[in-house]
Design a binder for this molecule. Sequence first.
Ligand code: SIN
Length: 529
Amino acid sequence: MSDYDVLVVGSGIAGLSIAVRLSRVGLRVGVVTKASLSDSTTIWAQGGVAAVLGEGEDSKEAHVADTLRAGAGLCDEEAVALLVEEGPRRVEELIDLGAVFDRTDAGAFALAREGGHSHPRVLHAGGVATGIEVQRTLVDAIEGAGVDVIEHSFAHRLLSGDNGVEGIEVLRGSGQRSVVTASHIVLATGGAGQVFAVTTNPPESTGDGVAMALRAGVAVSDVEFMQFHPTALYCDISPRPLISEALRGDGALLRDGEGARFVDELAPRDVVSSAMAATMQAQARNHLWLDATTLRDFEQRFPSLTQRLASLGIHPGEDWIPVAPAAHHLAGGVMTDLSGATMLEGLWAAGEVADTGVHGANRLASNSLLEGLVFGSRVAEAIAEGQRGPSPTGVLRALLAPGSGGLGVDEVIASHDMADDEPDSDLSLLEIEKQRLALQQVMTDDAGVVRNAHGMEHAASVVGALARHQGESPATMAQGELSNLCEVARAMLAAALQRHESRGSHERQEFPERDPAWQRRLVHRGGGR
Ligand code: SIN
């Protein structure tokens, strides 16, 4: 018998909500996390949760339309419709679990507007501390739920047999290696912003689930679409503190080096980041400015941001805030059907690690916590109902029932021949850190907001050389993370080199236009190794 019915890898909004639901139906559930239970990318989420909760000027149709427009032709329309339709119910369930969202004096939800949204529809907590409130709620719920929590344990390899997934190999904090078996494994490992030197993501966001899937030959798509958030604080701190889009939703303005406006601040993120990159290049500047001086009650409405900025000597009532784009959210990931099932039986993916098709080529702001809730619930329901393999729905329709609708796919020809089977076991921590920084820097320099073939080929050669030292059985978590960063960076570069157009978060200097012939998904299927 397996150790667990369901083992969830990752402890963010998607992973914890799945674990809570499945423990309630009597399944034996474990959660393995490489940090502690309350550390996850979710806590870094500022803006909030986009959802149409009531009647008024906003509508679900408008939320769908905004999501599709931001996604630049690569969303799966069925997935977007589910996200928007089921979202409000899932948000209400989170509120029932104890989450407290900000309200107006009249008691209604205080809704923010963010880039790409035609209406204010973003719920938030503590101003821009939404992720902290969501995580607190779910950790509280997990604590009484009888879920086994395995902390400080790094899952790095999927184990499978004739009937699909069987377990994972885990490296414990002590350096001890062990196998945890389960009938179902759920990847909920979050994002991959650490592939870049300039990112809003915490150090843990190393693309672990995507890397495990790539190595196991489980289909992964759309990884060329790393979203760059336009307004990360320009400073020496890593990760870069996020200056929430809620400020622009409230009237803050972007200004160039001469103080002039240059873009519609509430356009989708790819448009704003691209305009910023062009302006920074034209004016030979490392950053631009966010002018929030006219916002009323800044301190009361954004207390955590006020404190953070004050600690750096910035007072938004008087000072313009120095900002520049930073890697923020991976739109693609492990391909799933509309229930979160992947191409490997028993393996599921939810949250940022998954490519459900809701984000397409560029995520609409504040749709990601919602995605974690909605598709997390769908995973839990499907497992509880006894589903194990994928169905031809969502982005998997193109693989399982080609020609039956949805977007077509092209395969990415990625070279998986660079890694040794056995990693260098004698890499010191210092050497690993040096290699991680080298990878991050070359990706920021050569595969950032604006890309070209020359730069990306250079990045691919640097990453390829680093990958030669890595393999599937790392001696330490630091080495395992580096190996995953190499794997994900190579997949991103291969797809980004192959996509000869500019679309959403992927901007190519040589191909500045969107090309209808490229309204297709790029898929890594790998052969496993
Ligand atoms: C923000 O507050 O600007 C971030 C929200 C998001 O990335 O969806």
